[in-house]
Design a protein around this ligand. Structure first.
Ligand code: GLA
Length: 670
């Protein structure tokens, strides 16, 4: 059966697009539940996530358990043929837990121990938390593992949201154990961290602390290793819960919801995904971002990139406003539908929201939901119903894969390191650089997988590598092999500079990539705020420049002014059967657009011709392909297709997508 969800038997051979939300029946009197079932049927809901924050309800005191209400909820859902993504409920400890185990609560870098009263306050290295959470998981698995409605396990919730890093003494002990595994000896650690600088040399493991508040800049590799360690501690929780679930319910798929893209900078997700059966993501658009639909597409492409191209699950997004941004904008006409279908276009096999019914109380009472405070007699609920009907029509594409000939490479340690201090310019923002290249590809109607640097490269005709600053020689070799075998590679400034420990490669930048790119740089010359440089090909650069020497590369554009005036700015080297481009400044969007056109043409990446702001994405299954046309523009567009739109039944040769509308054109293959 295609798709990653183990659909209950009542679905027969049908694999639907999963549609639903986080469902918190514990927030409501039981009389409301029957109404929920009726409304879910009207909306076409077939999967809900249950129990995410239910620990305090399930274990009201240290020695008592109450599963009765959850039994009734799961039975009711099954009766109404709604499948369940059951959370392990370990995300938020009850107040009795922190009262009994005060050392389980997180400590900040300033030494402040947090208290309960919010959520996710546990320290990832707390043995008491690990024990108690696994007891809860074990009881849930034993009780519900063979419930007929169970479709999927949902480990914790957004691991690392609020509690990614803890600086307590327990964390210090675990950190030392982690360091011993990584370095073996203190000599190795002292070398990697460069502790002869500023008299930081460690003579005993016990002297090593978490990078707590200190006088001035902390040791950069101490800080980076602490980020790595913290990600691994959360991974450890995922491994423990997932391992237990696998042992107790071997047939049931397991996932955890990630927070792509932004949390990837802190959490090394590529090391987590081998622990789950399916990649799942939560995504919320940013009210302040005028091109928020492009940010959404990036998140979806990163989910697919981490899933190695396989379908993935969208397990949270919003029907309208969230409650945690400075101004929580409501979604405009058609936006709910477009957002959901963009995720689907880019490989999601599910459309789930946070949450089913808008809460009446609590911190998130002003967050949108499928059923708003106004109730079902509302424009929002009518949109939710319409979307449910659309998704039912799109069932044929479940399991198909999004076609992406380009890899946009994320080196997570480089992203994490870019968030530290003492760098040449703090205007170099890794995520903004990633987004700029992503946006240029999006504008050119080119679909890319946003992939981790550990991914297989050979399936892509073109790789774009922004700011891969921490690169070992072995990784540089992988890139060389890729190019020599015929790959096309674009590398941007501040790449190849140092090794995984941030020790700078000597002999000139871009260090590990000097030979492959055929360039040598003696110093970075970043730009001040507002400074812009003109390039000979008409592009404009900001943020960064370099006096590039083209040792063994063709110069494509030079700096006409600014601190690197007359030096090459953009170069290209031929290596084996491929090409390696180097871009030493942050190009403006027009410059990036022209470069993307040129690079894509050289790499012979297939292009789709469509008007601006019309997003075109293809999913391909064994017998048909599905072309999504998402019209973000204010003009109606007509595109030539020999196929049928699954949403309206319209047939080619011309399919019209009115302004703001979505079409999904099915075309048989072969
Ligand atoms: C996250 C959490 C949810 C909820 C939403 C609100 O994704 O997982 O519990 O807080 O944000 O947007």
């Amino acid at each position: 059966m295609p798709g990653p969800i183990r659909w209950p038997a009542w679905f027969g051979d049908l694999t639907p697009v999963a549609y639903g939300a986080d469902y918190y029946p514990e927030q409501w009197p039981e009389e409301v539940w029957a109404d929920d079932m009726a409304l879910m049927a009207q909306a076409g809901v077939n999967l809900v996530t249950v129990g995410v924050f239910a620990w305090a309800k399930l274990q009201p005191t240290p020695d008592s358990w109450d599963f009765g209400w959850l039994d009734r909820v799961l039975d009711l859902l099954a009766e109404h043929r709604i499948a369940v993504d059951l959370a392990t409920a370990t995300a938020s400890t009850p107040p009795w837990f922190t009262t009994r185990h005060p050392h389980s609560a997180l400590v900040t870098a300033q030494g402040v121990r947090l208290t309960h009263g919010s959520r996710q306050v546990w320290c990832p290295s707390s043995p008491a938390y690990r024990r108690a959470s696994l007891e809860l998981v074990e009881r849930l698995a034993a009780r519900y593992g063979d419930h007929p409605g169970l479709a999927l396990w949902h480990v914790s919730n957004e691991l690392g949201c609020h509690n990614a890093v803890c600086y307590c003494d327990q964390s210090a002990t675990s950190f030392r154990a982690w360091l011993k595994l990584r370095y073996g000896t203190l000599d190795n650690l002292n070398w990697a961290w460069g502790t002869d600088f500023w008299s930081q040399r460690y003579g005993a493991w016990e002297e090593i602390l978490p990078p707590r508040a200190t006088s001035s800049f902390g040791n950069p590799t101490h800080q980076l290793d602490y980020m790595r360690f913290s990600s691994d501690e959360l991974r450890g929780q995922l491994a423990a819960e997932a391992g237990l679930l696998r042992r107790l319910t071997p047939e049931m798929p397991v996932m955890t919801n990630l927070m792509l893209p932004s949390a990837w900078g802190d959490l090394d997700y590529a090391r987590w995904v081998d622990l789950v059966d399916v990649v799942a993501n939560d995504h919320y658009t940013d009210s302040a971002d005028p091109r928020r639909h492009v940010g959404l597409a990036l998140a979806a492409d990163a989910s697919r990139g981490l899933a190695a191209g396989q379908p993935w699950l969208l397990v949270e997004h919003s029907t309208s406003a969230v409650n945690w941004q400075p101004i929580n904008r409501a979604k405009g006409p058609g936006e709910l539908r477009r957002d959901s279908l963009v995720h689907l276009a880019r490989g999601a096999d599910s459309v789930l929201f946070f949450q089913w019914r808008a809460s009446q109380a609590g911190a998130e009472r002003h967050h949108s939901a499928m059923v708003p405070h106004a109730g079902p007699d509302s424009e929002l609920f009518r949109q939710v119903q319409a979307l449910g009907a659309d998704l039912a029509r799109l069932a044929p594409l479940v399991g198909s894969q999004t076609v992406a000939p380009i890899g946009l490479v994320v080196d997570q340690p480089s992203w994490a390191a870019s968030r530290l201090d003492c760098l040449p310019s703090h205007r170099l923002d890794f995520e903004a650089g990633l987004r700029a290249w992503y946006e240029a590809l999006w504008d050119a109607h080119l679909t890319c997988d946003v992939i981790p640097s550990s991914a297989a490269f050979d399936r892509y005709r073109l790789l774009i590598v922004p700011h891969w600053s921490l690169m070992d020689l072995v990784q540089a070799e992988r890139l060389r092999d890729y190019v020599e075998a015929g790959g096309h590679l674009v590398v941007t400034f501040f790449s190849g500079v140092a090794d995984a420990s941030q020790r700078v490669h000597l002999g000139g930048y871009p260090g590990a990539l000097r030979d492959l790119l055929g360039v040598r740089v003696e110093e970075f010359r970043p730009l001040l705020d507002g400074e812009r440089v003109q390039l000979s090909d008409g592009a404009v650069g900001t943020i960064w420049t370099e006096p590039v020497q083209a040792v063994d590369a063709t110069v494509l554009a030079r700096y006409l002014d600014g601190p690197s005036a007359s030096y090459p700015a953009v170069t290209r080297a031929e290596r084996g059967r491929g090409l390696a481009w180097y871009v030493s400044t942050q190009l403006d969007s027009a410059g990036l657009g022209e470069l993307v056109d040129r690079v894509a043409e050289q790499a012979q990446v297939p292009r789709i011709d469509a008007p601006a702001d019309v997003e075109i994405v293809i999913r391909r299954g064994p017998t048909a392909q599905y072309t999504f046309v998402i019209n973000h523009s204010t003009e109606d567009v007509g595109l030539r297709f020999n196929g049928v739109d699954l949403l309206t039944g319209d047939r080619g040769p011309v399919i019209v997508a009115p302004a703001g509308a979505v079409r999904v054109v099915e075309q048989p293959l072969g």
